[in-house]
Design a protein around this ligand. Structure first.
Ligand SMILES: [Fe+2]
Ligand SMILES: [Fe+2]
Length: 193
């Protein structure tokens, strides 16, 4: 799916289902981080009008997702816990966000963002296909479609603004590295855990 090297073991979804409050808190903060990341890309690359336009819309969608998760948390009588660390994303950031020209830094960040969207999309599908909770199953299917669109947006801009850079080769390299990183996950009740 989306070129990912390693599929998530569906048993991860059973683990998640044993602690819905925890996954919802973690998920809410994932959406906040996604919105913040899009705004950071905008602020660092404001000369690209089309990128600003599309990432403003994307940031708004991520905030809407945050709001939707928060509404579910409230409706179920849960509490939005404190922000959770995302060690998968932090590991990915370290391997991907190395130096280079300003143009290379933009491509790096766009590929990093596309990668997180791709894995989140895959995790949402695994949740949607495997959890018994019907409301959440439907919810995660909707989000899966939205995040797949975000993946395409980021990868599309990486190709557009990566003139003179072998973006497809760098994407393939990142897919390999992500495949190594994700081997150590799939064992906890978090979206990328
Ligand atoms: Fe989202
Ligand atoms: Fe997204």
């Amino acid at each position: 799916m989306l070129g990912l090297k390693l599929a998530t073991d569906p048993r991860w979804a059973n683990l998640v289902e044993s602690n819905i409050e925890e996954i919802l808190t973690d998920h809410a903060w994932c959406e906040q981080k996604a919105a913040t990341n899009a705004i950071t890309i905008i602020s660092l690359n404001s000369e690209h009008e089309d990128l600003v336009t599309d990432l403003l819309a994307l940031a708004q969608e991520e905030l809407e997702h945050f709001q939707m998760v928060h509404e579910i948390i409230k409706k179920r009588g849960y509490k939005l816990g404190r922000e959770r660390k995302d060690s998968y994303v932090n590991e990915l950031f370290k391997v991907q966000m190395k130096g280079g020209s300003r143009q290379q830094a933009l491509v790096n960040r766009l590929l990093f963002s596309a990668m997180i969207e791709a894995r989140s999309c895959e995790r949402f599908k695994v949740l949607s296909d495997n959890i018994k909770d019907e409301e959440l199953s439907t919810f995660y299917r909707e989000l899966m479609i939205s995040e797949a669109g975000h993946y395409k947006t980021f990868l599309g801009f990486a190709r557009k603004y990566g003139e003179g850079i072998d973006v497809d080769k760098q994407w393939k390299n990142l897919l390999e590295k992500e495949g190594e990183i994700i081997k150590n996950y799939g064992k906890s009740e978090s979206i990328h855990g």
